[in-house]
Design a protein around this ligand. Structure first.
Ligand SMILES: NC(=O)C1=CN([C@@H]2O[C@H](COP(=O)(O)OP(=O)(O)OC[C@H]3O[C@@H](n4cnc5c(N)ncnc54)[C@H](OP(=O)(O)O)[C@@H]3O)[C@@H](O)[C@H]2O)C=CC1
Ligand SMILES: CCCCCCCCCCCCCCCC(=O)[C@@H](N)CO
Length: 314
């Protein structure tokens, strides 16, 4: 808020999940350039190795500690194990900041989802961050670290559209967790932030587009994406400025202000203006999206026919 000191990552241990690609990697490099000690975690060792080379190339001082760890983080035991491993080179102390970037998205039509894909959505979107937050909070309280926990939700954590029935619920759930922890972790002076990016041109984005329904892709044409570096820079400046909800472009500012609930504002005047513009703009946008979907009914009917979905003909 007004006049409070900015957070400075220099010399701080920053733990970045999903740090081997996309947003997480861009953020990790940015933090290294700012003089932080950085630990990155992800599953694929080859990608981690390559990412660690990128971090080394950005190194500012010989004593910065830069490490990578291969763990899958959708259960508590491995989220804890990853964190324990990353704390070891720091005398076992908790990180000063945990940037929970890991996440994945497999868009599709709801009626084609299965129990497995529904659960994968929560594993890969919610649990992958929630268990790290749990392990991290417990550790920070135990060793009296007044750290920070930063979640990465999505614009789809504020609203949703056709195609995201396995993903948007996980991103909305992250907001619920972040809102709770912003309140509860104040008991320990631990700061909580949550980021709601719109499209980021990352490897994950290229991957999700392979299964993305055409209608979803079309609606998303209205969203000019950001490069991972641009997105990471706005995330970090939001954390430095102490913002709870962090958004990186105008559309996301509008949704943030329009769905504020009890979350603190970033700028009272601007957020009021965004809420006002959103009041009108989001309504108009939603009506055009609803119309696009209705106009897509006939094509969708053909798609389902080709798949032999129907049990009765019209
Ligand atoms: N790209 C976009 O348009 C948007 C993305 N987001 C969110 O931003 C975050 C970053 O996205 P993006 O940069 O696109 O992602 P990428 O798919 O490009 O990178 C994801 C990173 O997370 C790691 N990861 C994924 N799942 C796990 C897991 N279960 N355990 C450990 N590591 C994991 C990946 O490595 P590995 O696979 O080797 O484990 C990789 O390092 C995600 O939370 C995403 O939902 C939000 C809005 C828009
Ligand atoms: C006046 C108001 C105008 C609003 C226009 C908004 C257009 C938004 C379209 C949806 C964009 C989805 C972004 C998040 C994507 C995401 O999280 C996935 N790519 C997962 O990786």
């Amino acid at each position: 808020m007004f006049g409070s000191k900015k957070w400075d990552p220099k010399g701080q241990h920053c733990y970045v999940t999903g740090g081997s690609a996309g947003l997480g990697l861009a953020l990790a490099i940015h933090l290294v350039k700012k003089g932080a000690d950085v630990s990155i975690v992800a599953r694929n060792e080859g990608r981690l190795k390559k990412a660690l080379e990128d971090l080394e190339a950005a190194r500012q001082t010989p004593n910065q500690i830069l490490k990578s760890y291969a763990f899958s983080m959708s259960d508590l035991a491995s989220s804890k194990a990853a964190l324990d491993a990353a704390c070891a080179p720091h005398g076992g102390r908790s990180p000063h900041a945990m940037f929970l970037c890991a996440g994945m998205s497999r868009p599709g039509f709801f009626i084609e989802e299965t129990e497995g894909t529904m659960r994968d959505g929560m594993d890969g979107g919610y649990w992958v961050q929630a268990f790290s937050a749990l392990a991290g909070s417990q550790r920070m309280v135990a060793d009296r670290t007044r750290g920070k926990i930063i979640f990465v939700s999505s614009l789809l954590g504020y609203m949703s559209i056709v195609g995201y029935s396995t993903y948007a619920p996980a991103k909305h759930a992250l907001r619920g967790l972040a809102e709770t922890l912003r309140s509860e972790l104040a008991l320990y002076d631990i700061g909580v932030h949550i980021f709601f990016p719109a499209t980021i041109y990352s490897p994950g984005y290229a991957e999700e587009n392979k299964s993305k329904p055409k209608i979803t892709l079309k609606i998303e044409e209205g969203d000019e994406g950001l490069k991972p570096e641009q997105s990471a820079a706005t995330l970090l400046s939001g954390v430095e400025n102490g913002n709870f909800h962090i958004t990186s472009d105008l559309q996301a500012h509008l949704f943030r202000a329009a769905t504020r609930g009890a979350s603190p504002m970033n700028n009272v005047l601007l957020d009021g203006l965004y809420a006002f513009i959103g009041w009108i703009g989001i309504t108009i946008w939603r009506m055009t999206v609803d119309n696009q979907i209705i106009a897509h009914r006939a094509e969708h009917e053909q798609y389902l026919k080709r798949k032999g979905y129907f049990t009765v003909s019209k």
